[in-house]
Design a protein around this ligand. Structure first.
Ligand code: HEM
Length: 500
């Protein structure tokens, strides 16, 4: 059998040729228009060094800083991949909302294609499969439907309180356990008992792979898809062994819990869950394909989105309590005025808890969990404000820039609950906060569930515990550049507010 041997030089020459051909083709389509402005680029690598050399601070801050000289949007180019960063409400509304028909695709990285992540609703194109999966999630995660999961949210929150009481210093582990357990229960009615539960582990691994694989410039094979052909036996250069492992983890993360719900349904012991809703509505499925699509959509809830995101917002909550003792005291006073300090707050108390509702919103704004969201992709050439935006461009809404715009949110780095209160102390919503959950038709379908989770957890914790800095130790943040998520590293002192 003939063996084709590629040297590094061959690969570079081939990649360079492809880039040049693409540039020539694009120049014809541009018809004299220029790309949106942006920082200067080097030949071939474009802005690769501009972005990665400054990324210590978190990619959203780099994008935010780089974008200062420009207006509503600017552009970057990394190894031939064009990226536009939307920095204002106007640009997000004009493009991701009003032109959603062409701005809702995803860049589907080659490595995910190799690992057959075609089940991951958040990664696939807005085609018929996406529509089926998305419809089912929108239906079961709408505000009126998630009410049925409130008893589960309350029960899990109470378990969380016990864990906090027993081992307050491990609060970060308890938060992770809480969000993982809630997601598993929501998606599959499955009870997570142990920190190292096998289903959770699979989900976390699938999420890690998807996150790492999707980052621009993370894997060479995404920028030069021909590299996928390098056979598995070529040491170091082949991506096939990695893709094989990713495939197996991904499949296990969606098939195992689905099998569990089917078995529980047969035994008559299935608990309420999104999977149960689907099985009751559709079983037997019209085709294996339809079942796979629904299974995948649920796998996205479980593996693709929840665990790090809700965890991060709750960690920000503990950080905020340590930083702002006055806000903590005021929130506790409001809760006590409703519960008389004799019971835990419930969902029924929510309309009376204006200050707590405002805190939920300010948490979302202050530390947007996914500050650059999940990138969209443009599926046709477009022109905006006189600039040419080619098909295939990655489109990023920088939620950080929008939610930290000092014109709209004065002193944006401060946690100010009053932003979401009227003069007479009533809760005042801000529909723009939804940009923290993406934009257009890909906006996060789980946002209402997140809202109710954060409400019940923070109200319950505040009614029972107080949080202080541990001595003079500075509050240290861990900026996870890859995931775009900030977590807290410092120890906090968490103690009971009252003896009972
Ligand atoms: C603090 C918690 C969360 C944050 C900040 C968050 C944020 C996001 C963002 C930014 C996107 C991408 C939106 C876009 O492309 O424009 C997204 C997508 C998604 N989220 Fe969430 N999310 C959270 C929790 C959840 C939860 C709890 C669920 C499910 C119960 C969920 C389910 C999904 C799904 C299925 C998608 C993919 C939607 C699609 O591509 O059509 N998320 N989320």
């Amino acid at each position: 059998m003939p063996i084709i041997s590629w040297t590094t030089l061959d690969l570079i020459v081939l990649a360079g040729t492809l880039l040049v051909l693409r540039t020539i083709h694009e120049r014809r389509r541009r018809r004299g228009l220029s790309y949106p402005p942006g920082p200067p680029q080097l030949p071939f690598v474009g802005n690769l060094t501009t972005v990665s050399s400054k990324a210590k601070e978190g990619i959203w801050m780099t994008y935010h800083r780089l974008g200062k000289p420009y207006g509503d949007l600017y552009s970057l180019c990394i190894l031939g991949q064009r990226i536009i960063i939307l920095q204002t409400r106007k640009a997000v509304t004009d493009l991701m909302e009003r032109r959603a028909a062409i701005y809702s695709h995803r860049i589907y990285p080659t490595i995910m294609d190799m690992a057959k992540f075609d089940w991951a609703l958040s990664a696939i194109q807005p085609d018929e499969h996406w529509r089926i999966g998305r419809r089912s999630l929108d239906r079961s995660l709408r505000p009126s439907a998630i009410v049925q999961h409130q008893p589960m949210q309350v029960a899990k929150t109470c378990e969380f309180l016990s864990l906090l009481r027993d081992e307050p210093h491990r609060f970060r582990n308890h938060i992770q356990h809480l969000t993982g357990a809630m997601t598993m229960s929501l998606a599959y009615g499955y009870e997570v008992r142990r920190y190292d539960d096998a289903h959770l582990k699979n989900a976390r691994s699938a999420l890690d792979i998807a996150t790492k694989a999707a980052l621009p410039g993370a894997l060479l094979v995404n920028d030069f898809p021909f590299l996928r052909r390098i056979p598995a036996w070529v040491p170091w250069l082949s991506y096939q062994p990695f893709a094989r492992v990713a495939y197996e983890i991904g499949q296990a993360s969606i098939r195992e819990p689905w099998k569990y719900v089917k078995q529980e349904l047969e035994k008559g012991t299935a608990r309420p869950s999104l999977a149960l809703d689907e099985l009751l509505e559709h079983h037997p499925f019209k085709s294996e394909e339809e079942e796979y699509v629904i299974m995948g959509a649920l796998g996205t809830v479980f593996a693709g989105t929840n665990h790090d995101t809700t965890t991060s917002i709750l960690e920000s909550f503990f950080l905020m309590l340590a930083l702002y003792p006055d806000i903590q005291a005021r929130a506790q006073a409001e809760i006590d005025s409703v519960t008389a300090g004799e019971r835990l707050p419930t969902f029924a108390d929510r309309p009376a808890l204006h200050y707590i509702n405002a805190m939920v919103k300010e948490l979302v704004r202050w530390r947007p969990v996914t500050p650059i969201g999940a990138p969209h992709a443009l599926c046709e050439d477009d022109v905006y404000q006189g600039y040419f935006i080619p098909k295939g461009t990655m489109v990023i809404a920088n939620a950080w820039s929008i939610l930290h715009d000092p014109e709209v949110y004065p002193d944006p780095d401060m946690f100010i609950t009053e932003r979401f209160l009227t003069d007479n102390g009533r809760f005042k919503d801000d529909p723009w906060l939804s940009v923290a959950f993406g934009a257009g038709k890909r906006t996060c379908p789980g946002r209402f569930f997140v809202d109710s989770t954060v409400f019940i957890v923070i109200a319950t914790v505040l009614s029972t515990f107080s949080v202080r800095r541990s001595g003079d130790v500075p509050l240290e943040l861990n900026v996870n550049k890859g995931k775009g998520i900030v977590t807290l590293r410092s120890r906090l002192l968490i103690y009971f507010r009252r003896a009972n």
